[in-house]
Design a protein around this ligand. Structure first.
Ligand SMILES: *Cc1c(COP(=O)(O)O)cnc(C)c1O
Length: 230
């Protein structure tokens, strides 16, 4: 009978994670940055909990999901088994899901409008939980895309901080798919610097090295770890 393979080390997910970590380290070396200054957010949306468990077995503890419903179905059990897990919400958030998002997530990366700031503040007060908040900026000013317009980003940030007392730690963006992401990353980095935001969530499977060159502290990588989404 053939031996069963070792439990975790050689799964495709573990191999992909090792490759991505090496590329992050190389991008940091080129940029003269400490690799510890970049957090890999493994985007597990659409992939089953078994794949997430493989990533955990390979030492990955930070995950991103784009839908509250899916996060709610997958993560409570994983979290019970692995108390150190960190979950980032990276998809658009409806106000009626804000309570679940505050209860489930450690970071909410998609604050993009005043009404959501208000509801998040209420939920945080009610639940006594304060997940980190990132301001999502629509850096390409694309009409169909989530995120606050660049011209309104500073005023929304001021409102979120001063009026609602939200723990805003960073800025997040998804550049237009058909454009060079570099100028968009540069814009967000300058915005974060000007506004005193320490965290920069930018870069996905196709462009995380460029994002690291521009100062990303969080890269959100899905396909390059878990494979294509069905
Ligand atoms: C799906 C998603 C990602 C991951 O994209 P990949 O190209 O699969 O790495 C990153 N950020 C957000 C906001 C996403 O929705």
């Amino acid at each position: 009978m053939p031996d069963t393979p070792p439990p975790s080390a050689e799964t495709p997910v573990a191999q992909a994670l090792a490759r991505i970590r090496a590329r992050i380290a190389a991008a940091c070396a080129r940029a003269g940055r400490d690799p510890a200054s970049v957090t890999l957010v493994a985007v597990s949306k659409t992939h089953p909990a078994e794949r997430v468990a493989e990533a955990i077995a390979a030492g990955q503890m930070v995950f991103g999901e784009n839908r509250v419903q899916e996060a709610k179905a997958k993560f409570p059990a994983l979290r019970a088994a692995h108390p150190g897990l960190t979950l980032h919400l990276i998809g658009p958030l409806q106000t009626n899901k804000a309570g679940d998002a505050v209860a489930l997530c450690d970071a909410i990366e998609t604050l993009d409008r005043p009404r959501l700031a208000e509801v998040l503040a209420k939920e945080m007060a009610k639940q006594g939980r304060r997940p980190d908040v990132f301001l999502q900026v629509n850096v390409g000013d694309e009409p169909q895309k989530a995120g606050v317009a660049k011209g309104e980003a500073a005023s929304l940030l001021r409102l979120a901080r001063e009026e609602f007392g939200l723990p805003v730690v960073g800025a997040m963006c998804i550049p237009p798919v058909d454009q060079d992401p570099a100028p968009h990353f540069a814009w967000l980095a300058a915005f974060a610097r000007d506004q005193g935001l320490a965290c920069l969530s930018m870069g996905m499977s196709g462009d995380f090295e460029v994002a690291i060159a521009h100062g990303a502290t969080h890269v959100r990588v899905g396909t390059a770890i878990f494979g294509a989404r069905g």
